[in-house]
Design a protein around this ligand. Structure first.
Ligand SMILES: O=C([C@H](O)CO)[C@H](O)[C@H](O)COP(=O)(O)O
Length: 200
């Protein structure tokens, strides 16, 4: 049995309009999210990244994918970055920074990773939708993206499915942090590119 949305046959014009509308919704929601961002909290993250001996990133599902994308850019900048859960990721220790993303702030593997990082003496930066969560309680610095959580199905905060807006926001925020760090660093793009994976 096909889902009902596949049984009807909308014209390509209707599909084009629907796609345009949805792109507009996504772009507007991200624009509004950026305007609500507490930039002072983001500014506070910059020295934590700059002064960390090593940076570990962690996030589950799509949030984790956004963190992984950011890890590549931090690597391009010449920082030592590890993705939690990868086979070769070493132990975290004092002087390191855990960059943890979780819209809900309750995803158990992420909270556990933050607990272990704190116990090891590392600092934790949390990117989340709230300052009142088990993850936020463990963080040195919380950056709040006031987007919907993955189980906010009411559509009041975002028309997009589940935590999509948060996950997009994480990627945009971390790209903005990368651009800012790169601006401070000043290394030409061609030099950064020499660090890009040459076995891909
Ligand atoms: O993959 C996800 C899901 O599709 C929600 O939109 C989430 O990113 C994943 O479940 C992690 O959730 P949070 O820790 O609450 O970000």
């Amino acid at each position: 049995m096909q889902p009902t949305y596949l049984m009807s046959t909308p014209t390509s014009d209707k599909l084009r309009l629907a796609l345009q509308d949805n792109l507009q919704v996504i772009l507007q929601e991200n624009q509004q999210l950026a305007q609500k961002l507490d930039l002072a909290a983001v500014v506070a993250v910059i020295p934590l990244i700059q002064h960390a001996e090593r940076i570990f990133v962690v996030g589950a599902g799509r949030t984790g994918l956004a963190l992984k994308a950011a890890a590549m850019r931090l690597m391009h900048l010449g920082l030592t970055v590890f993705v939690v859960g990868e086979t070769t990721t070493p132990a975290i220790k004092a002087g390191d920074l855990l960059l943890a993303g979780s819209g809900s702030g309750t995803t158990s593997s992420i909270v556990k990773a933050a607990e272990k990082a704190v116990a090891a003496g590392a600092q934790v930066v949390a990117i989340s939708t709230t300052t009142t969560s088990p993850l936020a309680n463990l963080a040195t610095q919380v950056v709040v993206l006031p987007a919907a959580q993955k189980q906010d199905h009411g559509g009041e905060i975002s028309k997009q499915y589940a935590g999509s807006l948060f996950e997009q926001g994480v990627l945009l925020l971390l790209d903005a942090i990368f651009q800012t760090l790169w601006g401070l660093d000043g290394t030409p793009a061609a030099e950064l590119w020499k660090r890009h994976a040459n076995l891909e």
